[in-house]
Design a protein around this ligand. Structure first.
Ligand code: SF4
Length: 115
């Protein structure tokens, strides 16, 4: 893993495909903005009990990826947000993201679950 940023990318979608893409690109030295519509990443896979064809536990497979994504220095999670517009040309895009209001200060929340 390197912290030298060689470019910036935005990924719309925080399911397993978006997570794996973010980890690959973040590991390659890109600054990744991972935009997810819902308040948490994980997508449909996080809602499944087992995965085909080996019937492995979905969360057992997914959890290490979630933790790695959350801790990765090159990945910025933008959850509870939508990509509103994309303009520009290859190599120089401008993307507008609308982040929905959240009643929790995510910088202070410790995840104690009292709420
Ligand atoms: S009560 Fe706990 S989980 Fe809820 S917002 Fe506060 S710190 Fe976060």
């Amino acid at each position: 893993m390197t912290n030298k940023i060689i470019g910036t990318v935005i990924i719309a979608g925080g399911g397993i495909a978006g997570i794996q893409s973010a980890l690959d690109l973040g590991g390659a030295g890109f600054l990744v903005h991972l935009v997810k519509k819902s308040p948490a990443i994980g997508g449909v896979m996080s809602q499944l009990d087992k995965t085909f064809p080996f019937t492995d536990c979905s969360m057992c497979i997914l959890s290490p990826y979630l933790v790695e994504t959350g801790r990765h220095p090159n990945i910025e999670l933008i959850t509870y947000a939508d990509v509103k517009s994309v303009s520009g040309k290859p190599g120089n895009f401008t993307v507008k993201v609308k982040k929905r209001a959240c009643s929790i200060n995510t910088l202070l929340c410790t995840g104690c679950l009292s709420c």
